[in-house]
Design a protein around this ligand. Structure first.
Ligand code: FE2
Ligand code: FE2
Length: 186
């Protein structure tokens, strides 16, 4: 039996909160937790934008995703234990907590009201598939593409290169946009 999209999204939100707690308390491998948080939040936001937000007025939510993404990128760059890390983490938590509250109190109830149970399950399936795709693309290990083969590189390879080059907004770019941004950054 398929799970409805609201249950799936809410469950991700609770996972994100647990990761925030771990980071706030300085428990475990901080860099690994940041990497996990980064992948989960980006995949979650992408799946929402591509499969759930279309059809509902979620322009404001997309803006908030962008804000969170910028903070996430900064957190990945910051060294755990430094004041910079703490400051960025606090800002990210504040931004995401606000967004999650809005999603759970406005966006998701409005969605539940406007579509039936069957549609919520269909959306759940679509959300889950899109999220899995994105997670896979984000977790592929770094691979050195042979010189001049940029057009033939996969999105995840280009994404890794964009990360090294610190290209802003890279998580929202598709393969073509990433290749173009990398050429311009040269
Ligand atoms: Fe969400
Ligand atoms: Fe969201």
């Amino acid at each position: 039996m398929a799970t409805d999209v609201i249950t799936l999204i809410t469950s991700d939100h609770r996972t994100v909160e647990k990761l925030f707690e771990r980071l706030k308390k300085g428990q475990g491998d901080q860099a690994a937790t940041v990497a996990e948080l980064h992948a989960l939040l980006i995949a979650h936001a992408r799946a929402e934008e591509d499969r759930v937000y279309p059809g509902i007025d979620a322009h404001h939510s997309v803006e908030e995703h962008k804000e969170a993404e910028i903070l996430l990128d900064a957190l990945v760059r910051a060294k755990p234990g430094t004041p910079e890390f703490r400051k960025t983490l606090d800002e990210l938590i504040k931004s995401v907590t606000h967004h999650v509250e809005e999603e759970e109190s406005k966006i998701l109830p409005a969605l539940a009201k406007s579509v039936g149970e069957k549609k919520l399950k269909e959306l759940g399936k679509a959300f889950k598939e899109r999220r899995a795709e994105e997670l896979k693309a984000l977790s592929v290990p770094k691979q050195a593409a042979p010189p001049g083969s940029r057009e033939g590189a996969t999105r995840s390879e280009l994404y890794e290169k964009a990360k090294e080059a610190d290209i802003p907004g890279r998580s929202h770019m598709d393969k073509k946009e990433l290749a173009q941004a990398l050429r311009q950054a040269k």
